[in-house]
Design a protein around this ligand. Structure first.
Ligand SMILES: C[S@@+](CC[C@H](N)C(=O)[O-])C[C@H]1O[C@@H](n2cnc3c(N)ncnc32)[C@H](O)[C@@H]1O
Length: 266
């Protein structure tokens, strides 16, 4: 019944088909593409670019005088991004396997730093922001998208009733942070937050059975499992599926935030 709890993903095999998974990332990337002011001749960095989102589109829309570099720790995804860059003949985008916590770039070398959905994936976001501040030129922009607290609220309302350890679930939800906590983190790294745009979209599923087996939900499932004792997981998730099915069709809210900040001139 709960076979989706045993699903595993081979990250090397995933990379070539990651465009499918990025139906999620695309929602956030479109927000960035709508909001970011385009400026000529910039040198820009995308942290956590995976297979090239939004790196390649940003490189295309800025034209050949701009220079974009994308970094990620996921080498198979970078390989895929490299193939796409070559196939499209993109001359102003390059890739490097590098960790956002320790960027292999000289200080004050970028006019723009972007990250689409990176922040919730970095082990120590403060360190990554400090690195962003280091490699940003005075006046450079930092532009981020992320999902924040309140994400999939309709799901959590059902799940909360079934989870004995509510404090643990609370900390799983809090992991996403808020607009206020994001502002504080960015400001402490030496950026001035200049713009915050909040939007949301709905993820729709026929029922709980479809939702829990959706490849996107796989990425959240690990966190959800961790708040339930291993011996209770089969029972709790079977009940969860029944309860979600009873309230079908499902429509889950995903809040999105676009934040733009400027590196103070030192
Ligand atoms: C949710 S994915 C977003 C990928 C892409 N930007 C998109 O929108 O589809 C987060 C990415 O951050 C990368 N990542 C995680 N930790 C990282 C780190 N320390 N340095 C660089 N990239 C990292 C992951 O490998 C992954 O590709």
């Amino acid at each position: 019944m709960t076979e989706y709890l045993r699903r595993r993903v081979d990250m090397n095999a995933l990379a070539p088909v990651f465009d499918e998974a990025s139906l999620w990332g695309a929602r956030f990337a479109f927000l960035m593409l709508d909001e970011l002011e385009l400026r000529p001749g910039i040198r820009a960095l995308d942290i956590g670019c995976a297979t090239g989102l939004p790196l390649l589109e940003l490189a295309r829309i800025h034209g050949e005088k701009a220079r974009f570099v994308g970094v990620d720790v996921w080498s198979a995804a970078l390989h895929q991004a490299q193939k796409r860059t070559a196939f499209q003949g993109l001359r102003n985008a390059s890739l490097a396997e590098a960790d956002g916590h320790q960027l292999p770039f000289r200080s004050a070398s970028f006019d723009l730093i972007v990250s689409n959905l990176g922040i919730n994936n970095f082990a120590h976001p403060e360190t990554v922001f400090a690195e962003c501040a280091r490699v940003a030129r005075p006046g450079a922009r930092l532009a981020l998208t992320t999902n924040v607290r309140g994400h999939l609220a309709e799901f959590y309302d059902v799940f909360r009733e079934l989870v004995p350890d509510k404090a643990r679930l609370e900390s799983d939800e809090a992991h996403r942070g808020t607009v206020a906590s994001l502002r504080t983190r960015i400001a402490s790294a030496g950026f001035e937050v200049t713009r915050v745009v909040e939007r949301s979209f709905q993820l729709r599923f026929l029922d709980g059975s479809a939702m829990l087996r959706h490849p996107l939900v796989f990425w959240f499932l690990q966190g959800w499992r961790e708040v339930v004792a291993p011996e209770d997981q089969e029972r709790v998730f079977a009940e969860l599926e029944q309860k979600l099915n009873a309230t079908a069709p499902l429509s889950m809210t995903v809040p999105m935030v676009y934040v733009e900040a400027t590196r103070a001139a030192s």
